[in-house]
Design a protein around this ligand. Sequence first.
Ligand SMILES: Cc1cc2nc3c(=O)[nH]c(=O)nc-3n(C[C@H](O)[C@H](O)[C@H](O)COP(=O)(O)OP(=O)(O)OC[C@H]3O[C@@H](n4cnc5c(N)ncnc54)[C@H](O)[C@@H]3O)c2cc1C
Length: 412
Amino acid sequence: MNKRVCVLGAGSIGVSTALHLQLRGWDVTLVDAKPPASETSYGNAGVISSGSIVPLNNPDMLKSLPAYMSNLHPAVRYKVPYLLRQFSWMKSFFSEAREKQAISNADDLNQLIDAAGDAHKYFMWLAGNADRYTETGWLKVYRKDRPNHELSFERRALARNNKDVTVLTIPELRDLEPGLSPIFVGGMWIKGNGFIDNPSALIREYADYFVSIGGEFKQQEIRSIEPQERGYKIQLDQQVIDTDSVVVALGPWSNQILTPLGYKLPLATERGYHIHFNLAEGSSLYHSVHDVDGAYVMTPMEQGLRVTSGVELNDRDAASNYAQLEELKPKVAEAISLDGETEAAPWRGARPSFPDGKPIIGPASKHQNLWFAFGHGHIGLNTGPITGKLLAQAMNGDATDISLDGFSSDRF
Ligand SMILES: Cc1cc2nc3c(=O)[nH]c(=O)nc-3n(C[C@H](O)[C@H](O)[C@H](O)COP(=O)(O)OP(=O)(O)OC[C@H]3O[C@@H](n4cnc5c(N)ncnc54)[C@H](O)[C@@H]3O)c2cc1C
């Protein structure tokens, strides 16, 4: 009989893990309260760049702290009571921003990201949805000159991990993106991978493929994981599932289900918003573009030009605060010609983040056959399929393509 496994959560991470286990012959049940990719994996910026290896907390971020502390900076907003409740996360977050730690985190992330694009391409080949992917790399554009930029942490981390980076002059930037307005004084083009035109549809199509090869998807609320003498009972709102193994891939909800089992992992929520615009007639965008000084990312998508905000440090379920997004709108309008918004209300999600910017991928420390795959922060769309592959290899008892030591839950 095949080994039974229940994968909890059908975002980018859960769907990818379920599919890799199904491909390896496991008997997989994937569970989510909603259709696949309805939450964080729905609303992201669609970037699957090979350059997304630089954790937010690095020595250069420390230099920006005075600006962030005003709580008016478009890149980072926070609620003081939330920060006080997350005091130990914040302490670790700042500690991990030191040069040595940040370099080591970037190197670990690089191992994951280096293999992430091919892992997506394999899934796209299986699911037949490669047309959702555009391989134009990742473009960062600047409104202000950046003297000595080559000495920045980002540039050094990219260089030491052999990323293919071109620093763009104004004419070069204009050649690449003629639709951008001339407010930008230069840019950086990180080649390798690109962006997705509809992240939620991509993951749902992976989930459809999973079901087409015999995987089971149950749309139910998960109440609890109950360890048994052998295996687990998963309490859903309408039934109980008996299983040998469990994968927790509940993104920003993961701690909720694990606290009763005695796990207390430092997972915080970096919330973010998106809104879609129509491009004006004759306007164009060919890359996913990070307007670094404007503090937003814009990506051409099926729904229109998707603009995602920076970070809001607040409780996952606290009421939305659209101030950050409202302040972005005139900046986006300065950057590219727009023709109105396409939706009545913005979307909000919560990046599930550990203080070192790395996810947990691997076995639970206190229970056998319980596995963790969450905390993918800013890169969970990018690293879904590679996470699924690595976890399935580990669960199968196979050698993993890269070492999972840097992603172990034992580091907390
Ligand atoms: C504004 C923004 C922009 C981003 N841009 C990018 C980007 O460009 N590239 C990139 O790689 N990443 C990006 N990210 C990050 C990325 O979206 C996340 O890292 C990723 O989606 C996390 O996936 P996940 O599967 O862990 O979580 P989720 O997608 O949130 O999946 C968790 C699932 O668990 C389910 N669930 C939770 N509790 C229960 C329960 N009790 N019962 C049943 N089901 C439950 C939820 O319904 C949900 O479907 C961005 C995030 C944000 C917010």
